[in-house]
Design a binder for this molecule. Structure first.
Ligand code: TYD
Length: 138
């Protein structure tokens, strides 16, 4: 397929733990091209749009607290089938279930206080990637 784009975030736990280079490096080392990069604080109103599919879940306030507790790194990568490829690199949502070899499987775990801290967000479709790119990089 032709080149595709994906939006990714290194979440606050990734920045806190000094894993920005490791996470971006794994995506670059796989061969995807870094197209844009921003270090920023996530705004609650942006998270409400970004996580609209989770807005009515009981853990949504925890997600907002987690995602706003420190800075994040937002990036755009491109390449053929980059969405499937980066989601495979990221691993399953729950870091306990994420396979070793993946970012979440190697570098994240459950901390026992309810919400999932899983280091990285990666868009799951072309449509969401383009929406997220305009939302975060407007
Ligand atoms: P989701 O979009 O379902 O997963 P992914 O990030 O793998 O595409 O969920 C978004 C984030 O919400 C997820 O990365 C962590 C958080 N989350 C929880 O804290 N608890 C949950 O039960 C779920 C499903 C998600």
């Amino acid at each position: 397929m032709d080149s595709q784009r994906i939006f990714i975030l290194v979440k606050p736990d990734g920045v806190e733990r000094g894993l920005v280079g490791e996470i971006l490096g794994r995506i670059e080392a796989k061969g995807y091209k870094l197209e844009d990069l921003r270090f920023m604080r996530a705004k609650e109103e942006v998270l409400r749009v970004h996580y609209a599919h989770l807005a009515d879940k009981p853990f949504f306030p925890e997600i907002v607290r987690y995602m706003t507790r420190g800075p994040v790194v937002a990036a755009i990568f491109s390449g053929a089938n980059v969405i499937e490829g980066v989601r495979a690199l990221a691993g399953a949502t729950n870091p306990t279930q994420a396979v070793p070899g993946s970012i979440r499987g190697d570098l994240a775990r459950e901390w026992g206080h309810g919400n999932i801290e899983n280091l990285i967000h990666a868009s799951d479709s072309d449509e969401n990637a383009e929406k997220e790119i305009s939302l975060w990089f407007n």
